[in-house]
Design a protein around this ligand. Sequence first.
Ligand code: DUC
Ligand code: ZN
Ligand code: ZN
Ligand code: ZN
Length: 467
Amino acid sequence: SSARTLIRGGLVITAADEIHADVLTEDGRIAALAAHGSAAAESWTADRVIDATGRYVIPGGVDAHTHMELPFGGTSASDTFETGTRAAAWGGTTTIVDFAVQSVGHSLRAGLDAWYAKADGVCAVDYGFHMILSDVDERSLKEMDRLVEEGVTSFKLFMAYPGVFYSDDGRILRAMQRSARNGGLIMMHAENGIAIDVLVEQALAEGRTDPRYHGEVRKVVLEAEATHRAIQLARVAGAPLYVVHVSADEAVAEITAARDKGLNVFGETCPQYLFLSTDQLAEPDFEGAKYVCSTPLRPKEHQAALWRGLRTNDLQVVSTDHCPFCFTGQKELGRGDFSKIPNGLPGVENRMDLLHQAVLDGHLTRRRWIEIACATPARMFGLYPRKGTIAPGADADIVIYDPHAEQTLSVTTHHMNVDYNAYEGRRITGQVETVLSRGEVVIDQRTYTGRAGHGRYIPRGTCQYLV
Ligand code: DUC
Ligand code: ZN
Ligand code: ZN
Ligand code: ZN
């Protein structure tokens, strides 16, 4: 990495502050910040100087929920670790936390090693792993302790997808009890999958096979009920809980109520729930399949509760759940049967921009933008302050962001390996201009200068919101 880089003249925005400051990086880390024009800043010399006048200087985004190459429904998510992390870099995200998957009947070790191998040597930006628990038995419970020590400190459980990832309440309780002791954080996919599967079967039997019925059977009340139940199980176990991809107002209300009781319950939402709705799911000619994900898109009226939750800190994190499947050949597997549409939306490249637009639209302050997209995910998953902020000693993961640039999100310009963009045609003010990952310029004024294999595996500490 180039020894010293000076980023001069920008507005440095972190979760805590906005300051006109120059930033000096050295050997991949942030060496110092000083007020722009100060004697200290004027005395600095560097191998490379980046002029950030009129730009924001922000921490690289931390996307704590991605699924590169996820096997799902007989196919695999279309972004590899190579293409997906390159797209992340383009979008100003310099760390992802992806989900390694335990297969039923196999150890956590086997699943995790397979995911280490997929990502090894090909990533453009840094990455860590959570572990999906698909088979909670005595062996897996013991393995959880070792994974926490190894830096895989969070475990996703599914109340949905019977026969695939699903865990019943007993298994969930055991995993929560274990995490209460070993410091791990349980991440919950909260939807009542047993009830949903009954409704799926009935819908298909009645000929309701279009993508929009995916949204109708995955009812709000079944997300809210599962969210409530997960919270009660976490209470019984004395464990903290992180609810992933919260989509519905009634689910937010459950999290709010739990937090008002003083429980360590956290909530994540995703850009698709903030910006898209059942209107997209109902698009004609099977185009709605592009918007099939779980939890599903909701009627527009739910968005207000999500924005409010982000403002009031009842929701703390926005991640993408990036899980792309091409329309041609992948989403199409579900023509005539919505339950065969692989679930997931692309978005890793678009998150920072969409949330910047939310700042302009009056939903968030600039500092809250950085908090929900960088600092809090880093703290939640044990990466802070190495990731998620601009401070001496932190990794020099820095985005020079042009808040005035105009762009139109489109498959024709994006870098994700997928044949559509979920936000096609949406106009955004603001764009990533230059990106540093551990001091190396990986995007240079909208030219990719990174390389596969620059990204490193980052073992994580435990959740930093627990006393
Ligand atoms: N939801 C999705 O949309 N995709 C992958 C897994 C999940 O829970
Ligand atoms: Zn100056
Ligand atoms: Zn999920
Ligand atoms: Zn997911």
